[in-house]
Design a protein around this ligand. Structure first.
Ligand SMILES: C[S@@+](CC[C@H](N)C(=O)[O-])C[C@H]1O[C@@H](n2cnc3c(N)ncnc32)[C@H](O)[C@@H]1O
Length: 287
């Protein structure tokens, strides 16, 4: 959580005196590298944010200038991953954009039951620290969907290995609880005791349905199944339009007939409107 807060605050604490050297050419390299390898488009206005995050890495490694760091990024896979992790934005919450969970419980429950759908496959693509997949599984449980299906599996993936570690552990601080409606809190989570006082964790029986995997959405996807629901929310806003369109078409291929796609509040299927029907609230059905 501290990392997310730091990400939000860094724009405010910009200083005129720069501790490390990051030339215009270095910044261009970072823009190119992030776009090519993970699709993230860093506009020129993001320089202060990039400088702040890269500085932390240089300080950790006791380096003076970005050019020295660049060598490491190019030759050391582990450092490359830490560099990418440092430039992702991971803001998330439990039950963020609650209308999607209402849609599962009110509409999808009915449709899946009527369609005799007993093998449910769900994908939370870009799951960050895990609040999204844990909210999804809670919703499936509370609505009774989990009980009525023979087989449910939820794939939760992210590019960032640091946030995935938090997601797998699934232990959250007190502040996270604020966005969890009481009913879910009572039925799906346990409160920590002794050293874990003030923390919460999803019940083990629910956590077991989720498989966490590192997947770069720009790479080959390792799954050979199709999904009833793909939730890719607040991920594509960091991509440019061609990358977004490419991804939307791939999601389409990975959905079952009438499969559902959830996007984030400021995202849309753009020019792929011919292959998805929009139900409102950034909920799309595969055509
Ligand atoms: C702002 S968070 C959104 C989390 C959650 N879906 C939500 O809406 O609350 C965006 C996440 O997308 C991930 N991401 C960015 N580029 C990615 C890529 N190319 N492949 C997979 N995940 C990516 C980031 O690491 C980050 O955790």
């Amino acid at each position: 959580m501290g990392r997310v807060l730091a990400q939000e605050q860094e724009m405010i604490s910009d200083s005129n005196v720069e501790e490390f050297e990051l030339t215009a050419k270095d910044f261009k390299y970072i823009q190119w590298f992030m776009h090519k390898s993970v699709g993230i488009f860093l506009g020129d206005r993001k320089r202060a944010m990039v400088y702040g995050r890269v500085s932390r890495q240089l300080r950790r490694l006791k380096l003076r200038r970005f050019s020295e760091y660049k060598e490491l990024i190019e030759n050391d896979e582990n450092e490359r991953m830490l560099f990418i992790n440092s430039l992702t934005t991971n803001k998330t919450d439990f039950f963020r954009e609650y209308h999607h969970f209402e849609f599962i419980e009110k509409v999808l429950k009915q449709e899946w039951r009527e369609g005799g759908e007993s093998h449910l496959r769900i994908w939370s693509a870009g799951c960050s620290t895990g609040q999204e997949p844990y909210s999804l599984i809670s919703s499936l449980y509370v609505s009774g969907i989990l009980e009525s299906c023979e087989d449910i599996s939820l794939l939760a993936s992210d590019l960032d290995t640091t946030v995935l570690q938090t997601a797998k552990t699934g232990v959250y601080s007190d502040e996270s609880v604020e966005t969890i409606p009481d009913m879910y809190l009572r039925k799906c989570f346990v409160r920590g005791k002794k050293q874990q006082q003030g923390k919460i964790k999803i019940k083990k029986g629910l956590q077991q349905f989720i498989e966490f995997k590192q997947i770069n959405l720009l790479d080959e996807w390792p799954m050979d199944v199709k999904f009833n629901l793909i939730s890719c929310r607040n991920v594509m806003i960091y991509f440019d339009r061609p990358t977004q369109e490419h991804l939307i078409r791939r999601f389409h291929q990975y959905l079952k007939p009438n499969g559902i796609l959830f996007l984030g509040h400021s995202e849309s299927v753009g020019s792929c409107a011919d292959i998805f029907h929009h139900l409102g609230h950034t909920i799309y059905v595969k055509q």
